[in-house]
Ligand binder design. Structure first.
Ligand SMILES: Cc1ncc(COP(=O)(O)O)c(C=O)c1O
Length: 378
């Protein structure tokens, strides 16, 4: 990776330089840089409205990038170790749809876990691919899915030898990471393309205590929600193809199909800026989140009736890694189910990410501080 280049944010720089020219606008959007917009939106977005631009001759085109946007996506590819990276203004949802569209034709079988995100189902509908399910292991005591293991994959492939691809959710929502390296090696040996929904792993490559990132496990295509656990705006994501992935151009064509032809430059600048932040400060800010999460987990586990699992979930077989920033708080020792616990927490001003079984999932991220970590424990 070229650290000198990573200091820059080429698309942010290009957008700012363009706005500094104060061009007279005779193009969309119709509010013309905020002049015709409603009072509410003017109060909400202020000067940022001058950057509400999408497709400008002076700047670059998301679908035929040749200038600063291409540079920005190339820098992201360099940072993540990809052959090519695509920015998405339609979340990981679009990335997952695009990678399925790229590898599967109508009637092709694709191996997926039962708990696949609904964007995977969208991908099946759009491509006409036929799902083949591999079994996931379930931890009944903790009430979380551990995802499929090698035996599950082998059974699915043996029953469906013509399957074209396999898609893994890595990590799970709860931060559980399977043995992706072994799963990928086996799938490739059997001639399957390996696609990964790494929506919850955009921060993995930036700290050695986190699970290995999917690209480092040898997979073909990875969709990541930069907005979830790295620092970009909601609905912005990246899709990475490994170096020399033969279907990269089909991925590019598919990304074209599943996104708006008027991508907001805010979102693209946001991805460029978040990439720069990760490159320059990733280790420090992700390390800080990890330390806060460890402290929160330790303190919560000292409260009678509450349990929060941690690295003890790793069994070296089905589960080979765990993201400690995911705090799954089990309230069953207090006689509460997750739904009730979430309601009680909300009454105290605490909003969690997810509810399931007897637990809620709270996230500690690069946005947390000692004060917000302590507030959760309190
Ligand atoms: C496992 C998983 N995959 C994919 C997605 C879709 O991501 P996005 O919201 O970035 O479109 C989500 C969203 O919650 C998710 O949890």
């Amino acid at each position: 990776m070229d650290m000198t280049k990573q200091q820059r944010a080429p698309f942010v720089e290009a957008l700012e330089a363009y706005c500094a020219q104060h061009m007279k606008a005779y193009h969309t959007p119709g509010h013309k840089l905020g002049q015709g917009i409603s009072d509410y939106q003017r109060r909400l977005f202020g000067d940022a409205l001058r950057r509400d631009l999408g497709v400008m001759y002076a700047l670059d085109d998301l679908f035929q990038p040749e200038g600063p946007l291409k540079e920005a996506m190339d820098l992201a590819a360099d940072l993540y170790g990809a052959g090519r990276t695509f920015f998405s203004i339609n979340g990981t949802t679009a990335c997952i749809e695009a990678m399925i569209l790229a590898v599967c034709a109508d009637g092709d079988e694709i191996v997926i876990p039962r708990e696949a995100h609904k964007s995977v189902i969208n991908g099946l509908v759009l491509s006409g691919a036929v799902p083949v399910y591999m079994e996931s292991r379930f931890d009944a005591a903790r009430q979380v899915s551990l995802g499929p293991d090698l035996e599950s994959l082998k059974a699915a492939v043996a029953a469906h030898p013509a399957a074209k691809a396999v898609l893994f959710t890595y990590p799970t929502y709860d931060g559980i990471a399977g043995n992706l390296q072994a799963l990928t090696a086996y799938a490739h040996e059997k001639g399957l393309y390996v696609l990964v929904d790494e929506a919850h792993g955009a921060h993995f490559g930036f700290h050695p205590d986190l699970p290995a990132e999917a690209l480092a496990c040898g997979v073909d295509c990875v969709a990541q929600s930069t907005h979830k656990l790295a620092g970009s705006l909601t609905q912005t994501s990246m899709l990475h193809c490994r170096r020399d992935f033969p279907l990269t151009e089909r991925v590019a064509a598919s990304m074209n199909i599943v996104q708006s032809t008027s991508p907001h430059y805010w979102f693209l600048a946001s991805l460029d800026s978040a990439r720069q932040q990760l490159a320059l400060e990733g280790r420090e800010i992700i390390g800080r989140a990890l330390n806060l999460a460890r402290q929160v987990r330790k303190e919560l586990n000292q409260i009678l009736g509450i349990t929060v699992f941690g690295r003890d979930i790793i069994d070296g077989h089905t589960v080979c890694g765990f993201d400690e920033t995911k705090i799954t708080i089990d309230f069953s020792g207090l006689g509460l189910d997750g739904v009730t616990a979430e309601r009680e927490l909300r009454r105290e001003g605490i909003e969690v990410e997810l509810v399931a079984g007897n637990h809620v999932l709270a996230l500690i991220t690069l946005g947390d501080t000692a004060a917000t970590a302590e507030a959760l424990v309190t």
